[in-house]
Design a protein around this ligand. Structure first.
Ligand SMILES: [Zn+2]
Length: 277
């Protein structure tokens, strides 16, 4: 298996698990060994650029960027998303990609049509992301049918040298449940710090924050770097890898419960997201 494909298999977010780590690991290895899953539950392909709202197919050519531009984009991302200051304020690398970011409630509602997912699930997702204007982090919402123990996934969908960020909702977990029922199930989970559906959304938000604005090469690099990090003392989910750790710490960060964080977790959160004292 090529290293690029290997990295691709790593980057699907396994979201929050309501299960024992052994089962998680088993599934994880199966997933890594299997084919990349870039299709919708009904077998259809992910949306192409041309099918996305506001994108002009005729004007689109896959962007190709230099290393220098890549670094500039990363700096812009650090500045915009992670609240860090950069010296060069003249950096202006806007791509067509920027224009289509931002899931809309109507698009999100269209995604759940014909599924068992309650409209309040969509309303809650939009409400939670709106708390700090984070809707821009996700380009689209899709419904998938995955293992029951997955709630959602933050799924980077490759698009030329960039990618879109899709929030996958697992109908097998979310379908037919009220927010109260979801809250209770997540509250009782022993593998995540999340105590509610709202916090599960915040968890996904930090997965998206981590990779927002990166190009495909940077995405591969960041996941490669985080894949071997296993920090204990937060949750089973956080222990899985650095990506999950950052998402779990994001939830604690927003809850104001970061005093007892392991030093290593504090370091990687600050490195990739910033904001922890
Ligand atoms: Zn996750």
């Amino acid at each position: 298996m090529s290293s690029l494909r290997y990295t691709w298999l790593l980057i699907l977010d396994f979201a929050i698990w309501i299960i024992d780590t052994a089962i998680l690991e088993q599934w994880y290895h199966l997933r890594r060994a299997g084919a990349p899953c870039k299709q919708n539950a009904d077998g259809s392909r992910s949306k192409t650029w041309e099918e996305l709202p506001n994108a002009n197919a005729a004007d689109y050519t896959a962007p190709s960027i230099s290393e220098e531009q890549g670094r500039a984009i990363e700096q812009r991302n650090l500045a915009q998303v992670r609240g860090l200051k950069i010296n060069n304020s003249s950096i202006d690398i806007s791509t067509e990609n920027d224009k289509i970011r931002n899931i809309k409630i109507d698009d999100a509602r269209a995604a759940i049509q014909g599924t068992k997912i309650n409209d309040n699930v969509i309303k809650t997702i939009i409400d939670v992301l709106s708390e700090d204007d984070s809707q821009y982090l996700f380009d689209e919402i899709a419904v998938v049918k995955e293992d029951y123990r997955i709630i959602m996934q933050t799924d980077p969908v490759k698009k030329g040298t960039f990618f879109d960020i899709r929030l996958n909702l697992n109908e097998n977990f979310l379908g037919g449940k009220t927010i109260d029922e979801l809250d209770s199930e997540i509250f009782n989970s022993k593998v995540t710090v999340c105590n509610s559906f709202r916090e599960a959304i915040i968890h996904e938000k930090y997965h998206a924050k981590l990779i927002n604005g990166l190009n495909q090469g940077q995405l591969d690099a960041i996941y490669e770097e985080l894949s071997e990090i296993n920090i204990d003392g937060i949750s089973k989910t956080a222990f899985k890898d650095g990506n999950e750790c950052i998402a779990e710490v994001g939830v604690l960060f927003e809850r104001g419960e970061t005093d007892d964080l392991p030093e290593e977790a504090r370091k990687i959160f600050n490195k990739y997201i910033g904001g922890l004292l």
